[in-house]
Design a protein around this ligand. Structure first.
Ligand SMILES: [Zn+2]
Length: 455
């Protein structure tokens, strides 16, 4: 184990992945070369949703895309071991996903070796860097609903399963320690006003039309931006490259930052919000650099960004226990102490469909939990996980769904069985709380998953 410091972080960012991993890694190698870097110099790649972790033809039927546009893509090769991700790849979900697979890994996990999904909401540590993500896209009608979708998905489930839920946003709003990098698929609402919005609205008039009816971007993500003030925020979804910079003055948040902008179109200014639900103001000024990227297939400069993020802005001295490195000299991915405490504190309020009855139990809990109960859980995490040396994310990936077989014919919209994911079970084991994702043997047999060997 080495703990020496590397000189700054080298990362790559992709907007939407659209299942084209081969093209992504090939272009990445070329981009690194033009910078005088080797691919192995990169710390990690992030893909901001529409990743499409499709393992086989049945997964493809869980993706919200018309039948004629459904494509297997490249991921199945990385899942079966036929191909290897050459760089640590961190992903969130978008609105075109194998949603059944992402749901198995609700709290995040390895989708394939070297490809880590952050979960419906999540935060991981890469050395001192804290990387947070929210998966899916905002939809007002689904926002306050529980995660009620469970296989087999009907026509409505296939869509609502990727809608962002209040529960996941509230958990991220409980974070109090600084976040360095934040990822979302759809853009935070109004973020375009902090960049060249004139050009954007001219070249994409439908963006302006949506903004005028208060329907552009995700408002919950803006709440997160306003709460976290992360140094970087990366997004995909809108299929265009766009940069912006949000300046937060000391002691003030998003509403002030918006009001200070001088060139906002009058029609838009009239509908800007005056207040935000959660502002964690800081005593010093801060800035969030926002970058949205296009999908694979457009010119490379539009969808791929390779850059150095320099030294870590907050933690001048590296704190253990996050600094352990791999044999390749890169930081090990770690769970984050604060995020584990939040996950544990909020676990009783997670509402998913019961695997036996497919019914979501009613709940009258309005808010997830208080900051005080997170503090209590922090002590538990320190005692039972940090002190035990269990913060390192284990490489516990096991392929448990059948690999892609081109000869296997499935009916249109035929649904896969539900596969209980051992990584999710392991995480609940680590937190020492019951796993609500568990299937009974009978139910697993009903859905056809029984007989599959796990690990
Ligand atoms: Zn996309």
């Amino acid at each position: 184990m080495t703990t020496s410091r590397s000189s700054g972080l080298k990362v790559a960012i992709v907007g939407c992945g659209h299942g084209q991993l081969d093209a992504i890694y090939a272009s990445l190698e070329v981009e690194c070369l033009t910078k005088g870097w080797a691919l192995s110099d990169l710390d990690f790649l992030v893909i901001c949703g529409d990743f499409q972790a499709i393992r086989n033809q049945l997964d493809l039927n869980c993706m919200s895309v018309p039948q004629r546009y459904r494509k297997m893509g490249d991921f199945h090769k990385y899942y079966s071991g036929a191909a290897q991700a050459p760089v640590l790849t961190l992903v969130i979900g978008g609105n075109h996903e194998a949603s059944n697979y992402l749901f198995e890994l609700y709290h995040g996990g390895w989708l394939a070796p070297n490809i880590y999904y952050l979960g419906a909401a999540g935060l991981v540590r890469y050395g001192p860097w804290r990387i947070a993500g929210i998966s899916g896209i905002y939809n007002r009608r689904s926002y306050h609903k529980p995660h009620g979708e469970r296989l087999p998905y009907d026509r409505d489930d296939v869509k609502s399963v990727y809608h962002v839920r209040d529960y996941d946003i509230q958990r991220l709003l409980l974070l109090r320690n600084p976040v360095d990098i934040s990822l979302s698929h759809d853009w935070p609402a109004w973020v375009e006003l902090f960049g060249d919005h004139k050009d954007l609205y001219t070249t994409k008039p439908h963006f302006f039309a949506s903004a005028l009816v208060d329907n552009l971007g995700s408002k919950p993500s803006t709440d997160l931006l306003n709460h976290m003030h992360p140094t970087y925020w990366f997004s995909g979804h809108m299929h265009t490259r766009f940069a912006a910079s949000v300046d937060f003055e000391a002691g003030s948040g998003m509403e002030d930052a918006l009001q200070r902008l001088e060139d906002v179109p009058e029609k838009l200014r009239a509908i800007l919000p005056q207040t935000f639900s959660s502002t964690r103001t800081s005593s010093t000024a801060s800035k969030t650099e926002f970058l949205a990227l296009d999908k694979v297939g457009s010119p490379t400069s539009q969808w791929l960004e390779v850059r150095s993020l320099g030294e870590h802005p907050h933690n001048a001295n590296l704190e253990t226990p996050y600094v352990e490195k791999t044999e390749a000299g890169k930081f090990h991915l770690h769970y984050d102490e604060e995020w584990l405490a939040i996950t544990r504190a909020c676990a009783p309020a997670l509402r998913i469909a019961d695997p036996e009855t497919l019914v979501v139990k009613p709940s009258n809990k309005k808010r997830v939990v208080s900051a005080a109960s997170v503090d209590k859980q922090k002590m538990w995490v320190r005692e039972n996980i940090v002190r035990e040396g269990l913060l390192k994310i284990p490489f516990n990936f096991v392929p448990h769904a059948p690999p892609h077989n081109p000869g296997f014919i499935v009916a249109p919209n035929q649904q896969p069985p539900e596969y209980p994911n051992q990584q999710t079970a392991d995480l609940y084991g680590l937190l020492q709380i019951p796993n609500p994702f568990t299937l009974s043997l009978e139910r697993a047999e009903d859905t056809g998953a029984a007989g599959v060997i796990f690990g």
